[in-house]
Design a protein around this ligand. Structure first.
Ligand code: XIL
Length: 404
């Protein structure tokens, strides 16, 4: 793996942290869970509707993705509450998705209001929508440093009972939430992004890690398994395509497996772009998981149009690539490159029987977290354009004879 790639991995984490803290996120519990912003509401956009239908097959002839890949893996999409009632995204979900993931509403913030107090309103609405439409649900997520409310950590860390108290809050939360969704989700991302972004350590130095070392991961998985003996339990991570980060993640997985911790699979977020990574890098990640007899899920796939320098992930961001406007020559090139990247990735996923679900982090280009991360800027990273029409990328993965 190149230095550039590992730097990008490091900076993606730093960037994610900074944007979430700008939104009031982090351990303080101020994260609003309001989801990604929308391209169509972006005032900086000179043209917010893409023209991916130009020269493409008639959208009405588009095959359902969930059918195309039924023999291989579930097709998932991340969903924020508004998307299920919006005409464009609802139609796509109902036709193409066999799995959905809550983009925000199943995280500990907002669900964990305070110790023993839960707000399942939005999550239950999403479950009801999925059940009505025959769509399975991925549980995302139980423990994430970005959305762990501050009440988990309340108390005096020098007190002799502090660790036991925080541990019992964690285990109670997981027991209650996993029990609530028992039979309604087929898997859980039990821990999210627990791996260090650089070689200074193996584990992310989160508040959880500072209190418990790696034991909190074990507590979380064991509590989830005790609450639901059959739901599949995942460790979810970004930049697994980076060989150094993959190595650290596999050290964590091996450490946990050696202790008998019930891990069923590894989630690969795969927030990638049109020029990175190579198929070989992603295949190395899938193979590493297979070698441990675990399941692979692709959990958050999107293909950004931008490949920014590291400074774009700094605070403040500088040197970010200029916005690409729909309808320009640069956009046409980007759509082509994106289609090739999607096709290469889906061909890879389909060639690995260990891959059981592939989730896109969004539905259509009218709503993507990448329109605000790492900066506010239009991005078109998904398979359907802002009007909900299949893009080149859609046809590239659905029809082997299609030329992007
Ligand atoms: C993001 C959502 O897309 C945003 O709407 C929200 O504001 C912050 O979280 N890795 C993850 C996801 O595991 O949960 C994140 O989702 C994106 C990065």
């Amino acid at each position: 793996m190149t230095k550039a790639a590992s730097r990008r991995a490091m900076l993606l984490g730093a960037g994610a942290a900074s944007i979430l803290s700008a939104c009031g996120g982090g351990g303080g519990g101020g994260y609003s869970g309001s989801g990604g912003s929308s391209n169509s509401s972006s005032s900086s956009s000179s043209s917010s509707s893409s023209s991916a239908t130009g020269g493409l097959p008639d959208p009405s002839t588009a095959p359902a993705l969930k059918t195309t890949f039924a023999s291989k893996f579930k097709i998932g999409m991340a969903v924020d509450p508004g998307l299920t009632s919006q005409t464009i995204t609802n139609a796509i979900l109902v036709k193409h998705a066999s799995s959905i993931t809550a983009e925000s509403v199943m995280k500990a913030n907002p669900i964990g209001v305070s110790a023993g107090v839960y707000d399942y309103t939005q999550a239950d609405n999403l479950i009801a929508y999925a059940q009505t439409n025959g769509i399975a649900v991925r549980g995302h997520n139980l423990v994430w440093h970005q959305t762990s409310p501050s009440w988990f950590f309340a108390g005096d860390p020098t007190d002799s009972g502090y660790k036991a108290l925080v541990r019992s809050r964690l285990e109670t939360y997981i027991t209650d939430v996993v029990t609530h969704f028992k039979g309604k989700v087929y898997c859980w991302d039990v821990v999210n992004e627990v791996t260090s972004d650089d070689g200074s350590g193996t584990y992310r130095n989160s508040q959880w890690y500072q209190i418990f070392g790696d034991a909190y991961i074990e507590y979380a998985f064991r509590a989830a398994r005790a609450a639901d003996p059959t739901v599949q339990l995942f460790i979810n991570e970004y930049s697994t395509e980076d060989s150094a980060k993959l190595g650290r993640l596999m050290t964590i997985v091996d450490t946990m497996l050696a202790r008998g911790v019930p891990i069923d699979g590894v989630g690969h977020q795969l927030h990638i772009n049109t020029g990175y990574p190579s198929v070989a890098n992603v295949e190395a990640a899938l193979t590493a998981v297979e070698n441990r007899n675990l399941i692979n899920h692709v959990t958050e796939l999107d293909v950004s149009l931008y490949s920014d320098p590291g400074s774009c992930y700094g605070s403040p961001p500088t040197g970010c690539q200029a916005q690409i406007t729909a309808g320009t020559a640069a956009y046409t090139t980007a759509m082509h490159d994106q289609a090739v990247q999607y096709r290469n990735m889906f061909n890879l996923f389909a060639s690995h029987s260990s891959v059981k679900a592939v989730t896109m982090w969004g539905v259509a280009d009218n709503h993507t977290w990448l329109s605000s991360f790492p900066i506010a800027r239009n991005n078109y990273p998904l398979l359907f354009d802002t009007a909900g029409n299949p893009k080149s990328a859609f046809w590239a993965i659905s029809d082997p004879t299609f030329t992007p």
